[in-house]
Design a protein around this ligand. Structure first.
Ligand code: S3P
Length: 428
């Protein structure tokens, strides 16, 4: 259980752990590249350890040297049949992207996950991967894990996923590495493009223009990959600092890929003062320091094209919206229902327990600002981002907030509690 008390200000200079999306891709793509992949800044969270374990299961040698993860790439054709079931744990990215790679392998693989992951929709990747020629079976007529995959003999295709999902786009592109002919993925609303950027950095024959990614016959060459800080982890501290007048926080080395920076746009629109400093670039991914000054925020309407650019940040946005002036409406976010928990229902239920005025909408929620957060016990639903969003609520609450089953935070932010102490232990 995690107990969080109110503070007056958020202050200091912090770093956040490595980007989860990029860490997964770094291990996977290095594993199917020729030569050595040297990964720095890797996220040491449960989800990414699952990706390492799955690739070890497929015969890839991966060495943990503390500051670096060294992956001895096997090349596109070098993976071996696993001797046992692969376990993706809580990680949708592991299961869905890995399935794309497995669709290209002639051997048999069974992939499973924890209670949450076994409830999440896998037909969104199984359908296109079957169209390309892979055999994929699963529970509930092939739509739920455990998945049984026998791949090979793939044909490239031109695909437009019915949902805006980087995981689906990535699964199809990764299968495309093994397909005859060109693979094209089109999307109406741009989702995170880390797969495309990393494939390019590793030498793939890939071109991306607005709304369309094309991949031809490719070879991948292992290289050094610098993982920036995860803006989705930084978001908890950005939001808390932004909503507390008098706060002053610098978060160093955060990934600033434009497909991920919706949180900055939203906080600015709500009235926060945010600056970016020390911008660097590595492997096609920008990073920099984010500097936040706390202000009184105002409610806004969040919908449309921005949603995929802040999908994982909506839980914490909902919390600070309760502290803002006026109403905040979030719509077009139905994808939240199929995350690690149903994040609309989880957030609305737990926010209400703490006295916040919030109503569930079919595709989002409506939050009335100016709430007094009372405090008390809340549930995490085993969902790391719900647990951390509730911790942020605790920083504003009259009485302490106790988050039950908070160990799930280790999925993406193992040092979360320490980082909270770092920004709050300035004598309040
Ligand atoms: C991710 C994509 C997003 C995001 C998830 C990580 C990725 O999911 O919510 O946390 O690494 O590609 P969807 O692509 O399913 O929207």
């Amino acid at each position: 259980m995690l107990k969080i008390n109110k503070v007056d200000k958020i202050k200091g200079r912090i770093r956040v752990p490595g980007d989860k999306s990029i860490s997964h891709r770094a291990v996977m793509l290095s594993g199917i590249s020729k030569g050595k992949g040297i990964i720095e800044g890797f996220l040491r969270g449960e989800d990414c350890y699952r990706t390492i374990a799955c690739f070890r299961g497929l015969g890839v040698e991966i060495e943990d040297r503390g500051s670096q993860i060294i992956v001895q790439g096997k090349g596109l054709q070098g993976l071996e049949e696993a001797k046992d079931v692969l376990d993706a744990g809580n990680s949708g990215t592991t299961m869905r992207l890995l399935s794309g790679i497995l669709a290209g392998q002639e051997f048999l693989t069974v992939v499973t996950g924890d209670d949450s992951l076994r409830k999440r929709p896998m037909d969104r990747i199984a359908v296109p991967l079957r169209k390309m020629g892979a055999m994929i079976e699963g529970r509930d007529r092939g739509s739920l894990a455990p998945l049984v995959i026998r791949g090979g003999g793939l044909q490239g295709m031109d695909y437009t996923p019915p949902v805006s999902s980087a995981q689906v786009k990535s699964a199809v592109l990764l299968a495309g590495l093994y397909a005859k002919g060109e693979t094209v993925v089109r999307e109406g609303v741009t989702t995170r493009d880390h797969t495309e950027r990393m494939l390019k950095a590793l030498g793939a024959n890939i071109t991306a223009e607005k709304g369309k990614v094309s991949l031809g016959k490719s070879q991948l060459e292992g290289t050094a990959i610098q993982v920036p800080g995860d803006i989705s982890s930084a978001a908890f501290f950005m939001a808390a600092a932004a909503a507390k007048p008098g706060s002053q926080l610098r978060i160093r080395g955060v990934g600033l890929n434009p497909t991920r920076t919706g949180i900055i746009d939203v906080l600015r629109e709500m009235g926060a003062a945010i600056e970016i400093d020390n911008i660097t670039e590595s492997g096609g991914e920008a990073a920099g320091d984010i500097i936040i000054q706390g202000k009184k925020l105002r409610g806004i309407h969040i919908t449309g094209e921005i949603i995929p650019r802040l999908i994982d940040e909506i839980p914490v946005i909902a919390v600070i919206a309760a502290m803002a002036e006026g109403k905040t409406t979030i719509t077009g976010a139905q994808e939240l229902k199929v995350k690690e928990s149903n994040r609309i229902t989880s957030m609305v239920t737990e926010m209400k327990k703490l006295g916040m005025k919030v109503e569930e909408l079919p595709d989002g929620m409506e939050i009335e600002g100016g709430s007094t957060i009372t405090g008390g016990r809340v549930k995490s639903y085993g969902d790391h981002r719900i647990a951390m969003a509730m911790a942020v609520a605790g920083l504003f609450a009259r009485d302490s907030v106790k988050i039950q089953n908070s160990a799930c935070i280790g999925v993406s932010f193992p040092d979360f509690e320490q980082t909270v102490k770092q920004v709050t232990s300035h004598g309040v």
